[in-house]
Design a protein around this ligand. Structure first.
Ligand SMILES: [Fe+2]
Ligand SMILES: [Fe+2]
Length: 294
């Protein structure tokens, strides 16, 4: 028995938090190994709640170490196809709005796995415990986002899986499976930051269609995604500081190496600033006409 253990209240872990029954990386693995979207997100939410309870009173629950699969389990539907084979529908039409909600649901399900994959793959590294708190929080919010979009689809008589979806979403995770700084640069600081750029246009489109449920869901997503980009920027800067490397050129080099495409303006300068992404991080990577890029 560890020193002092006998004096702990029942159900309390080291330094006071509620005891978790398994290490955090094991919880992450279980989410990654669950195929059905609603089941995956329910487990994600339950594990996040268990982690938060265990972290009360500044306790330090066990993180452990996992060997996550290169790809997470996914449902039999949707069919995953090349982006050029995802059927295009007129954006303002009811079919177009369903296609857009389906695409967002697919992004959110990938995001759930992306955040738990960070914990499963990198959680054992020597980092402040706040690193785990942030990704658990982000994973829990992505789970909510997926369910919000599924609810909207079902209210329109559709469902997640009814349409084909983009097959390439996990590529960034595979390519950065061995490099946490690259993962942070490409996933939260590029892909999730792109979400901040495009979501206001989507909200306008649904507002014009008086689709109040979808507007409310997207507004929740938009508000919470700022923090996810901020987590990326915070931990990227932390790692740069510890490695004694200059964040800006390091970010540029990693994005050029792992992202393979220029970033697309227009950028949401305001929300990117809220998330700790200054313009000199993203403008040099932008797809600009030659005259502007000088
Ligand atoms: Fe999200
Ligand atoms: Fe996110």
């Amino acid at each position: 028995m560890a020193q002092g253990e006998g004096a702990r209240p029942r159900g309390r872990g080291a330094r006071g938090g509620a005891r978790i029954v398994k290490p955090l990386t094991q919880m992450a693995l279980e989410v990654l190994q669950t195929a059905d979207g609603r089941e995956k997100t329910a487990l994600s939410h339950a594990h996040a709640a268990a982690w938060r309870a265990a972290r009360s009173d500044d306790a330090r629950p066990e993180i452990g170490r996992a060997a996550p699969p290169l790809q997470p389990a996914r449902p039999a539907k949707p069919d995953l196809v090349s982006p050029r084979d995802v059927p295009r529908r007129k954006p303002g039409s009811p079919e177009g709005r369903i296609a857009m909600m389906h695409a967002v649901a697919h992004i959110e399900l990938n995001a759930v796995d992306l955040h738990w994959d960070v914990i499963a793959r990198f959680g054992h590294l020597d980092l402040p415990i706040g690193f785990c708190d942030d990704w658990v929080q982000a994973a829990d919010e992505e789970s909510k986002h997926f369910n919000l979009m599924c609810d909207c689809l079902e209210a329109e008589g559709s469902f997640y899986g009814a349409l084909p979806a983009h097959a390439g979403m996990w590529r960034a995770a595979e390519e950065t499976a061995d490099d946490l700084m690259a993962r942070l640069a490409v996933v939260p600081m590029v892909l999730e930051a792109r979400g901040l750029d495009v979501t206001p246009g989507m909200i306008d489109l649904f507002r014009r269609a008086h689709a109040t449920g979808a507007v409310a869901a997207l507004e929740t997503i938009y508000a919470e995604e700022v923090a996810h980009v901020a987590y990326g920027s915070k931990w990227f800067h932390f790692l740069c500081g510890r490695e004694n490397c200059d964040p800006k050129p390091t970010f540029h080099a990693l994005v050029r190496r792992y992202f393979h495409a220029p970033l697309k303006p227009p950028f949401n300068t305001e929300k990117r600033a809220d998330a700790g992404l200054p313009p000199d991080f993203y403008w040099p990577l932008a797809d600009l006409p030659k005259a502007q890029s000088k």
